[in-house]
Design a protein around this ligand. Structure first.
Ligand SMILES: [Zn+2]
Length: 190
């Protein structure tokens, strides 16, 4: 019942790239036939086949290059070789299975021993998936924390906003000559 929701959350573009290339190829083939009228039928067929195959080559090139240039969310976040989306989907499937299992057990459809075994297996799988998902997010948090720590600085790494003020009197804060020994305002030793 919720499977349709899973299927519809990916927005499809109006025209798929392969449809675009096929359409382009067919239009080009038609144009070729129109242009090439007067030639022998064999020539026309060969010409249009050439045009169609060129459009397939174009599609191949598109497939190869599009991952390099697209910044769409389709470029999946991978956690240990698997996509985050796949992990989340599997997790929700496992959770649903647990609920169904509990429902079946409550209805008396399965024996206690079977329920215990299956339930334990599903729960440990769900836990494993959650850990994997957390680990994926954990890295990002760790990096963010590390960056924050370095920016704030804990001692040596601190960027000093005030330049080393030489010649400033500690008691009256008067700016003296950099090589002055005593403050010109209050006479304190610098
Ligand atoms: Zn002074």
């Amino acid at each position: 019942m919720t499977s349709s929701a899973i299927l519809t959350d990916e927005k499809e573009p109006l025209l798929q790239p392969w449809q675009f290339f096929l359409l382009g190829g067919m239009l080009a083939a038609t144009a070729t036939v129109i242009v090439a009228t007067g030639q022998s039928p064999a020539n026309i067929i060969i010409l249009s086949l050439t045009v169609v195959s060129v459009s397939f080559v174009g599609l191949g090139a598109y497939r190869m290059l599009s991952p390099l240039v697209s910044d769409q969310p389709e470029a999946p976040v991978t956690i240990g070789g698997r996509t985050r989306v796949a992990l989340e989907r599997e997790k929700s499937l496992v959770m649903r299975s647990i609920k169904e299992l509990e429902f079946d057990f409550a209805m008396g459809k399965i024996a206690r021993a079977d329920f215990d075994e299956m339930s334990a297996r599903l729960r440990s799988r769900a836990l494993g998936l959650m850990k994997q998902l957390d680990a994926g997010g954990g890295y990002r948090d760790q990096i963010a924390e590390e960056v924050k720590k370095r920016l704030e600085g804990d001692g040596d790494a601190t960027i000093r906003l005030k330049p080393d003020a030489t010649g400033v009197c500690e008691s009256c804060e008067t700016q003296n000559e950099p090589d002055a020994k005593f403050c010109k305002s209050c006479g304190a030793k610098l």
